[in-house]
Design a protein around this ligand. Structure first.
Ligand code: ATP
Ligand code: KDG
Length: 297
């Protein structure tokens, strides 16, 4: 089994569910719950519960929430390599979920913004392992050098590399060109429709995927309730998978992270893309059906 090394963000998500539209929400009691979050840590947790061998490299505050997040990752079976930051708190994300399931996220990166090249344990970057880099690390100026170092060490060790765009707003600020240059050498890109549009200017997922294969040999576009598609350079058509039917959407937070974690293990085993896509959609549906971005314990 290929060991997956994830470099990315670790957060505590404060998920606040309002029973009414946000304009009225302050007048009524909301349901507020705390969960493990952060795209990189979420992917690692879903991978571990799927039975993959996974190490997560990230940075946390020297605080109680950071300690809880660390223990939680270990509970999932993740080899958590967290560096403690004496000056910054553990990252926190306030997730507001309206009565219609729409989300607004306010995030304080905290210690994530200071992830540095020295935080990367060299022993994890070995030939035969796979690096999954959360775009979050590249998008944040403070942690960018750590992202570059991870990519560099992985390339030099001959590891395969996948990159997730993470979020469209910071990607827009960074600009498509730098992002595409930095991630040169990655074999697989994950983007949602908004991120694919930022990178290519195309609204259509298939058209965007075709443009993106000029940079990445393989591209996966996550298309929300439309499922996902995979495209590889030189193929006439993309492979598509429908989303799994979900009876009741409880909280969409982390659906994209769960999708990546479902996709990667069969992909690393060289299974056909249709199988990897179906596995991604299966885990994403599981994530949507409960509160929080991590697998239920
Ligand atoms: N309403 C839905 N019903 C069933 N599956 C869904 C639904 N919404 C999303 N999914 C699943 O979740 C996957 C990822 O969702 P999406 O395309 O929104 O990615 P994302 O924007 O990265 O996710 P996130 O909400 O975590 O940021 C989709 O490919 C699909 O399989
Ligand atoms: O739902 C999303 O868009 C996420 O990516 C989830 C976040 O990564 C995370 O849990 C927020 O801290």
């Amino acid at each position: 089994m290929t060991r997956v090394v994830v470099v990315g963000d670790l957060m505590t998500d404060a998920v606040a569910r309002a029973r009414y539209a946000l304009a009225r929400a302050s007048d009524t009691p909301a349901v507020v719950t705390m969960h493990g979050g952060g795209s990189g840590a979420n992917i690692s947790s879903w991978l571990a519960v799927e039975g993959a061998e996974v190490a997560f490299i990230g940075r946390r505050g020297a605080d109680i929430t950071g300690r809880n997040r660390d223990m939680e990752l270990m509970g999932y079976g993740v080899d958590a390599r967290l560096v403690m930051d004496p000056e910054r708190p553990t990252g926190t994300c306030v997730v507001l979920v309206t009565h219609k399931g729409e989300r607004t996220m306010l995030s304080d990166p905290g210690a994530n913004a200071a992830l540095s090249p020295e935080d990367l344990p060299r022993d994890l970057f070995t030939s035969g392992a796979h690096l999954h880099l959360s775009g979050y690390t590249l998008m944040n100026e403070g942690s960018r050098e750590a992202g570059f170092a991870a990519l560099d060490m992985a390339r030099r060790s001959g590891m395969s590399i996948s990159v997730d765009c993470a979020s469209s707003a910071p990607l827009e600020r960074t600009g498509a060109e730098p992002f595409l240059e930095w991630t040169n050498g990655a074999k697989l890109l994950f983007a949602n429709i908004d991120q694919a549009k930022v990178l290519t200017g195309r609204d259509d997922a298939e058209a965007a995927a075709k443009v993106l294969t000029a940079w990445f040999p393989q591209v996966v576009i996550k298309m929300n309730k439309e499922g996902a598609l995979w495209y590889s350079n030189g193929r006439p058509d993309p492979v598509r998978a429908a989303a799994e039917p979900v009876e009741k959407i409880v909280d969409g937070t982390g659906a994209g992270d769960a999708f990546c974690a479902g996709f990667l293990p069969p992909w690393l085993e060289g299974k056909p893309p249709a199988e990897s896509l179906a596995s991604g959609c299966r885990l994403a549906a599981k994530a949507i059906m409960h509160l929080g971005a991590r697998p239920p314990f």
